[in-house]
Design a protein around this ligand. Structure first.
Ligand code: NAP
Length: 289
């Protein structure tokens, strides 16, 4: 397949790396990439995340035979990027994106693509690390991780996007943009804010020696609970900005839950607290192994 990747950071670069690594004589992949910075483009070529990369699509030879273009820029740039590239790409090319929100993207992106006889299917590969940029790319980042794709009447486009993500090892779930946004608000976007707030709360300790001791003692438990709060700040802001109502809904529910826990502790209701924790201990199995 001939695949374009726009935005050569953690997600775009890691995707290119896997797609090129699995390219074979019988099933060759050719990857072209676009990013804003010439240094990113050079680095992406050097690590074999792309065959060729440039800051300008005009410098990419023979884009006419491209099958799929994957937009891997930050959320705010996804629609402007599709708007700028669609007129420069052939009819029948399929666009997808990797944005962590879907309702704000899928309908307007589909409309832009329709104008040019092109297809759009929204994607959200649920894989990431706390790092960003081309230097953060990882082989097998997507292996055995879930990927949401949004429904489309264009069955051929849907099949191509599904097969792209399956080829890098992802498990596909089809969901409407709205259901996707509510579900990821619960298990991804709100946890970023909860985790960040935990780090901020620790930093409010005014006794310097206690704070220093806490920093020395923090171990695996704190590493787990603070991990997503220590991630890419731009991504966190954009998740909240573009998924505002769903993230607020999750955070208000979390606030109520935390308030109930505080009350149990204030009122010495230890048996009730233990029952609450027994429920969360077993309920966690619904979400993670
Ligand atoms: P990232 O590491 O910061 O990569 C984005 C890259 O896009 C940057 O390195 C930047 O490279 C390039 N870029 C920025 N604006 C651009 C533009 N207008 N045109 C072309 N290239 C541009 O971020 P990421 O973590 O890969 O996230 C990218 C997308 O993946 C986001 O939409 C995010 O919602 C989604 N996502 C992220 C995660 C995660 O955990 N990180 C998980 C799933 C989905 P240069 O400026 O150096 O050229």
């Amino acid at each position: 397949m001939k695949i374009g990747i726009v935005g050569l950071g953690l997600i775009g670069g890691s995707l290119g790396l896997d797609l090129l690594a699995q390219s074979s004589e019988s099933e060759p992949n050719y990857i072209w990439g676009i990013s804003r910075s010439p240094d990113t483009c050079k680095q992406a070529e050097a690590i074999a995340a792309v065959n060729i990369a440039s800051t300008n699509i005009q410098n990419i030879p023979d884009v006419a035979n491209t099958d799929i273009v994957v937009i891997c820029t930050p959320i705010a740039s996804i629609l402007p990027t599709i708007q700028a590239l669609a007129p420069q790409l052939p009819q029948n090319v399929i666009f997808t994106d990797v944005g962590s929100v879907k309702a704000a993207i899928v309908e307007p992106a589909s409309k832009i693509c329709q104008q040019f006889g092109q297809g759009f299917v929204g994607s959200h590969p649920m894989a990431g690390t706390a790092f960003q940029g081309i230097s953060a790319v990882e082989r097998n980042l997507f292996q055995n991780r879930p990927c949401v794709i949004t429904p489309s009447e264009d069955q051929a486009a849907l099949a191509k996007v599904r097969s792209l993500w399956q080829s890098v090892g992802m498990q596909i779930y089809e969901a409407s943009p709205e259901d996707h946004d509510r579900a990821v608000a619960m298990i991804s976007h709100a946890p970023v804010m909860v985790s960040a707030s935990l780090i901020a709360a620790c930093q409010q300790e005014s006794d310097r020696s206690v704070l220093q001791l806490a920093q020395n003692l923090a171990s695996s438990g704190f590493r787990d609970t603070s991990r997503v709060g220590g991630g890419n700040p731009e991504l966190g802001r954009l998740m909240a900005e573009y998924n505002q109502s769903a993230i607020l809904r999750s955070l208000y529910t979390y606030q109520q839950s935390l308030q109930s826990v505080i009350k149990l502790i204030e009122q010495n209701q230890w048996a009730e607290l233990e029952a609450f924790l027994a429920d969360t201990q077993s309920d966690r199995n619904f979400y993670v192994e």
